[in-house]
Design a protein around this ligand. Sequence first.
Ligand SMILES: [Zn+2]
Length: 196
Amino acid sequence: MHDLTGGVTRFQRDVFPGKADLFARLTHVHAPHTLFIGCSDARVVPELITGSEPGELFVIRTAGNLVPAHGLSADGVAASIEYAVDVLGVSDVVVCGHSGCGAMTALAEGQDLSTTPAIAAWLRHADAARARCTTSDVAALVHSNVIAQLANLSTHPSIARALTHGEVALHGWVFDIATGRIDQLDAPDTPAARAA
Ligand SMILES: [Zn+2]
């Protein structure tokens, strides 16, 4: 196993002391300003790419940064969205896709996913992204997928309610691994744009 315990030791020795006051404050306060929904991809680290400190981002990471539309079954993503918006009162929600996304590559290339049925089923949440994408270009699908997931996001009652009252703004981003650049997308036909 990779030496995670060595990393923990370095954190406790080199990092934590400099943030001791922050962590002391955070002992009693959990008030993130942003819900960040990103891909589980190990190369896309929300706090790093946004320069955020502990306590600032409420993070959901899923394969392909997919957000299932609101439904009636128990759903960890839905529960986390509701908690961030209704309980914690975040003011902004970011859906962040990224270059070289494995999930989007699988879809764009039409890869055979029959031996990975859970992945195949999960990626159905990107059907709308695929439908609106006229090429097999991965970058185009990454972009289209962020827009589609913003639309899915707005079907959640907590988000719909907050948008109606002007209490939350939705943002679509694409992070480029090679350059560190973040493109902020327009979402012309989603509530995100209307709320902006
Ligand atoms: Zn990804």
